[in-house]
Design a protein around this ligand. Structure first.
Ligand SMILES: C[S@@+](CC[C@H](N)C(=O)[O-])C[C@H]1O[C@@H](n2cnc3c(N)ncnc32)[C@H](O)[C@@H]1O
Length: 275
């Protein structure tokens, strides 16, 4: 039975996330990531483009909390790309350590998106998140190659739908494929498109799309304000860490200065007593 989207009934909406990252553009969508797991109770989630794992860990955290028995797959080379920038192996190692708590249902596939196609059965994915290279050609390719993997309940998320610079083309793909399908578009956090591609809409998600049609700005305001709080929190923690590091360096400087002064005094006393 279809139920109208009611934030008060959404357990995951205000969950405190276990993983945020100052370098991720995804912090502001974490409340929605957790909520869509609750709305769709997906059997299989695949993410294309994981980096430090903010979005992916939000999916896993919700799946664990709700005991949905979801199988989760994160696909990434964990090397970076032209838009996200390139990075070292420590990003993957850090996520791998965080992912241990989810290892009974979560798999990190360290490979290209095309290589991962053979690891996932056709028609099996209920929730796909496309967040790799953001050029028009790359996003269109990821969408077309992964569409056959989607189940009859399939929903696809597209990140960076609001970015119109640095040759990002997600917004163009979004314009082309969202018409004629049930969808919703968040403007905040660089834009996030939610697209129904299966024919069987999970009842709670249908209620969400209905709310999006009836009161789009109210729905956007709800998720963007919750997401914004998380982003502010990440920035606050970053400032605290930076201030603590500065204080440690300052104290080390004072101590170093005191040690140097002491050794000068000792040398002076010795030279006075020997003269
Ligand atoms: C924007 S980041 C993902 C951000 C992430 N979803 C988050 O929550 O912060 C894009 C990632 O996609 C990966 N990537 C891009 N193209 C890829 C491809 N064809 N195969 C595998 N990984 C790819 C990059 O290594 C990078 O880590």
């Amino acid at each position: 039975m279809k139920t109208d989207f009611n934030p008060l009934n959404c357990r995951m909406l205000c969950q405190q996330p276990q993983r945020l990252n100052i370098w991720s553009a995804w912090n502001e969508h974490v409340p929605f990531a957790m909520s869509i797991v609750e709305m769709t109770l997906p059997r299989v989630i695949v993410e294309l483009g994981t980096f430090a794992g903010v979005s992916y860990s939000a999916f896993c955290q919700a799946a664990a909390a709700l005991a949905t028995a979801t199988k989760c797959y994160a696909v990434d080379t964990w090397m970076g790309d032209e838009h996200a920038g390139f990075y070292g192996p420590e990003v993957y190692e850090d996520l791998k350590a965080h992912n241990i708590q989810y290892q009974s249902f979560s798999t990190l596939l360290r490979m290209t998106f095309d290589e991962a196609l053979t690891h996932i059965a056709d028609g099996s994915v209920d929730l796909l998140h496309i967040d790799g290279l953001h050029s028009y050609e790359a996003v269109r390719h990821d969408y077309e190659t992964w569409l056959p993997k989607m189940s009859e309940r399939g929903v696809i998320l597209f990140h960076d739908t609001a970015v119109r610079e640095r040759e990002f083309g997600v917004y163009r793909v979004w314009e082309e494929i969202s018409a004629g399908r049930r969808h919703f578009h968040f403007h905040h956090g660089f834009g996030l498109g939610v697209l129904m591609v299966g024919s069987e809409i999970p009842p709670d998600l249908a209620g969400f799309f209905d709310a999006g049609e009836a009161r789009p700005e109210a729905l956007r305001a709800l998720f963007s304000s919750l997401g914004h709080q998380l982003q502010l929190e990440v920035e606050r923690q970053q400032r605290e860490r930076r201030d603590a590091a500065r204080e440690t360096a300052r104290q080390a400087g004072i101590l170093g200065g005191a040690r140097r002064l002491k050794s000068k005094v000792v040398t002076l006393v010795r030279s006075l007593s020997s003269s």
